[in-house]
Design a protein around this ligand. Structure first.
Ligand code: 5GP
Length: 192
């Protein structure tokens, strides 16, 4: 998506270790007008699917998932990384390895908010090795919910998460596809 690629070129910062910092418009400060456009784009790509719920993972997936929730007119659930008294024990749980933090953590979704009647669109900001999405897919499978598709803002196609998940049959739509980095710039796979 041209608008997102242009914004990455303008405001993204390449960090060591194949990390793209997008704190100026996605991960710290958020551009709500851009997010509305991004949600519209996901809607165009998935409007023919029977989606009644959006699932993401805290924290960085929540904002774009919320924008999509408005566009798809459905609830948004986010997998939580910390337990609390309000969450209780009646949860689906799975282990996720974090690419950016280089450690594993557990995520949880209350059984109250996901079940076999759900047709789910998974949403996240980045797709790298695919561990976050594998965790969400595992949670959907525990709930017997159907994964209708996956919407990603930025896919780093040189990491193999997207390829593996597509091979398993999942439909993934990424709005910007990065095939590599130089020291200070981004190389897109198919620049508009
Ligand atoms: P994966 O599980 O696919 O390896 O990594 C996806 C998760 O790691 C995303 O939820 C995102 O929060 C984080 N992530 C992966 N790569 C990047 C990156 O280059 N920049 C930022 N800001 N986050 C990333």
């Amino acid at each position: 998506m041209r608008k997102l690629e242009e914004r990455i070129m303008k405001d993204g910062l390449v960090l060591p270790g194949n990390i793209l910092k997008v704190d100026r418009f996605i991960n710290h400060m958020i551009d709500p007008v851009l997010f509305e456009d991004l949600a519209n784009e996901f809607y165009e790509k998935f409007k023919d699917k029977k989606i009644n719920k959006i699932l993401t993972i805290e924290v960085s997936g929540i904002a774009i998932a919320y924008a999509c929730g408005i566009r798809f007119n459905c609830p948004v659930v986010f997998a939580k990384k910390t337990s609390s008294k309000t969450l209780g024990d009646n949860c689906y749980r799975t282990e996720v390895f974090s690419f950016t933090k280089n450690r594993s953590y557990e995520v949880m979704v209350s059984k109250e908010y996901l079940n076999e009647k759900d047709h789910v669109l998974l949403i996240d900001d980045f797709l790298a090795n695919g561990k976050a999405l594998e965790g969400l897919i595992d949670i959907c499978s525990q709930a017997n919910a159907t994964v209708e598709g996956i919407g990603i803002l930025i896919e780093k196609v040189f990491q193999k998460g997207g390829e593996n998940l597509r091979r398993q049959g999942y439909t993934i739509e990424s709005l910007a596809r990065i095939k590599g980095f130089t020291d200070d710039s981004v190389i897109f796979e198919d620049l508009f």
